[in-house]
Design a protein around this ligand. Structure first.
Ligand SMILES: [Zn+2]
Length: 146
């Protein structure tokens, strides 16, 4: 395990243990074992109670930050995949592959069915018009159906 991964893992354990400690203390319960699965299970069991707690916002912020850190360490050059809808040229689905600026490949929109249906960043406006056009056509066809 990389030092960064070990560090974020330790931070996760510390934060979960702290919140589990709060639950255990305020609800007069036995705190769980200090390992991540046990802590996570314990917190999930008390999630409704936690959602009503005055510090719920703080808990959410801390978990969100930990998740973001852990994800960026686990997938350092991650490509974000955003599903966009139906391909205007076939039955496939369009997915935008948004790559970091320093990636050697450019961001692009690809079709899940046909590898020839790809659109580079420079053509996204044209593609958006095409999608809008095919959606309008689709809705007209639906109107005509019995
Ligand atoms: Zn396609």
């Amino acid at each position: 395990m990389s030092p960064a991964a070990a560090e974020v893992r330790s931070a996760i354990r510390t934060v979960l243990a702290s919140w589990a400690g709060l639950v255990a203390e305020e609800r007069h319960l036995e705190p769980p074992a200090r390992d991540i699965p046990a802590l996570a299970r314990f917190l999930c069991q008390h999630v409704k109670w936690l959602a009503r707690h005055p510090a719920a916002g703080e808990l959410v912020d801390e978990i969100r930050e930990l998740t973001r850190n852990a994800r960026s360490i686990a997938y350092p050059n991650s490509v974000r995949r955003v599903t966009l809808g139906c391909c205007p040229d076939c039955e496939g689905e369009l997915v935008a592959l948004i790559r970091p600026r320093d990636d050697f490949l450019p961001s692009e929109i690809v079709c899940t069915t046909s590898p020839s249906h790809t659109w580079p960043v420079t053509c996204w406006t044209t593609l958006a018009r095409q999608i809008r056009g095919s959606q309008a056509q689709g809705s007209k066809e639906k109107v005509l159906e019995p």
